[in-house]
Ligand binder design. Structure first.
Ligand SMILES: NC(=O)c1ccc[n+]([C@@H]2O[C@H](COP(=O)([O-])OP(=O)(O)OC[C@H]3O[C@@H](n4cnc5c(N)ncnc54)[C@H](OP(=O)(O)O)[C@@H]3O)[C@@H](O)[C@H]2O)c1
Length: 309
């Protein structure tokens, strides 16, 4: 299968390129500002500013894919609050155009949404539960879902993904990579004991995304995550323990409830994974299984080596 992959340099995109290669597909990747070297798994790569929808259209029509995976986004909620217009272009207008193109070409489209379409007060969330976003990022994801499925009803699958573990090309994007950045810089990570997430790795999500490309019968919005819902604080402790990093002085517990952040951070985003978990061959992973796949980010290796001897 010929897959066009946006966001190929990102946490999810880079893992998707590798997953697609493992499954025998040929991937044309689109990157933006990435200049960190070759992304394993890409057969070819183009640099395009995805705000330029005319350039996106030309790239898709020229490549003529069997499937498009949209892993490009402004994926940090804080950036969507700070730049609503710019993030709307990436998170809403881009997937809408990709869906129009998928419909035009009769090709598969796999789009990525987020657990943050929910408010966090009524977990666990099933895929048919009413959406209730509390921040711009969540609102943009809701809008993208609606527009994608309106434009490409017969071709699109959207996966709402959870907080992501995993290894990114730059080593700065995932949960453990951010913790290592704090620790190596001597900062204490303040983690909520009452903010519940159900993480999976980007690698595992990528397997599910590529499998969905191969399953055109599966259309609509789906949930994917890991097997366990835990607090941010517990997740941080388990990451520290896995890497032999003493948590004292490096992880501090705090509470979301009653803090200013509670207005825009959903408290509990546990997800019900039916029906996707039962219909894919990709397995839902425990947190221990996820931890086994994590690497110490390059920038923190010297610090970690000194700490652990
Ligand atoms: N990370 C999470 O915890 C998480 C959780 C749930 C859902 N998701 C969703 O998963 C998807 C992938 O997220 P991610 O974490 O992999 O994001 P990421 O690591 O920040 O990667 C974002 C990708 O988008 C590309 N991009 C952004 N602006 C661009 C532009 N103007 N032109 C061209 N490319 C541009 C980036 O390319 P360059 O770097 O080359 O510019 C990068 O490849 C998103 O839909 C996100 O909302 C993520």
């Amino acid at each position: 299968m010929r897959i066009l992959l946006t966001g190929a340099s990102g946490l999810v995109g880079s893992n998707t390129a590798a997953a697609a290669l493992r499954r025998g597909h040929s991937v044309h990747g689109i990157v933006g500002s990435w200049n960190g070297g070759a992304i394993p798994g890409l057969a070819s790569v183009a640099r395009i500013d995805l705000h330029d929808l005319a350039a996106v259209t030309t790239a898709v029509l020229e490549f003529f894919p069997d499937a498009i995976i949209n892993a490009a986004a402004v994926a940090e909620p804080a950036r969507c609050e700070a730049d609503p217009g710019g993030s709307h272009a990436l998170n809403v207008l881009l997937p809408q155009r990709l869906a129009e193109l998928a419909h035009h070409l009769s090709c598969r489209l796999v789009h990525i949404s987020s657990e943050q379409v929910f408010d966090g007060a009524h977990a666990p969330y099933a895929r048919d539960d009413a959406v209730s976003p509390v921040n711009n990022y969540g609102r943009q994801k809701v809008e993208s879902e609606r527009l994608v499925h309106a434009a490409a009803e017969n071709f699109a699958a959207t996966v709402r993904a959870p907080l992501l573990m995993g290894n990114s090309p730059g080593g700065t994007r995932s949960v453990h990579e951010r913790l290592f950045a704090d620790w190596a810089a001597g900062r204490t990570a303040r983690l909520f004991t009452d903010e519940i997430r159900q993480p999976c790795t980007a690698e595992n999500l990528a397997d599910a995304l590529v499998e969905l490309c191969e399953r055109p019968d599966m259309r609509g919005v789906f949930h994917w995550a890991g097997a366990e819902a835990v607090s941010r604080h517990e997740l941080g402790l388990r990451i520290a323990r896995h890497f032999g990093v003493p948590a004292a002085g490096r992880i501090e517990e705090t509470r979301l409830a009653g803090s200013p952040a509670a207005a825009t951070r959903p408290a509990n985003l546990a997800l019900d994974l039916k029906p996707l978990a039962g219909r894919l061959t990709t397995r839902v992973q425990s947190i221990d299984e996820q931890l086994e796949t994590l690497r110490v980010p390059h920038a923190a290796r010297t610090w970690w080596g000194t700490l652990t001897g």
